[in-house]
Ligand binder design. Structure first.
Ligand SMILES: [Zn+2]
Length: 75
């Protein structure tokens, strides 16, 4: 028999249950956090994201470390 589970999301900021969605965000330290938020509470973050994208630059992900020839010579 199939079990039906109703999941009610609650805003982590104001505890409303209206139009709450799960958002993920990558922090400066590199960890990705997940937060439930209603549109009202998420608005400042979304606006900040837009501003960051407009003003900032994308940092390329670091590639796998390869043996550097310069480094091998120096040692
Ligand atoms: Zn909220």
């Amino acid at each position: 028999m199939a079990e039906r589970i109703d999941v009610v999301l609650e805003c982590d900021f104001c505890e409303t249950q209206k139009k709450v969605e799960t958002h993920t965000h990558t922090m400066d330290g590199g960890e990705t956090i997940e937060v439930e938020s209603c549109p009202k509470c998420w608005k400042p973050f979304r606006e900040m994201n837009t501003r960051l994208r407009a003003a900032g630059r994308v940092v390329p992900k670091p590639k796998k470390k390869r043996k550097s020839r310069a480094l091998a010579k120096a040692s």
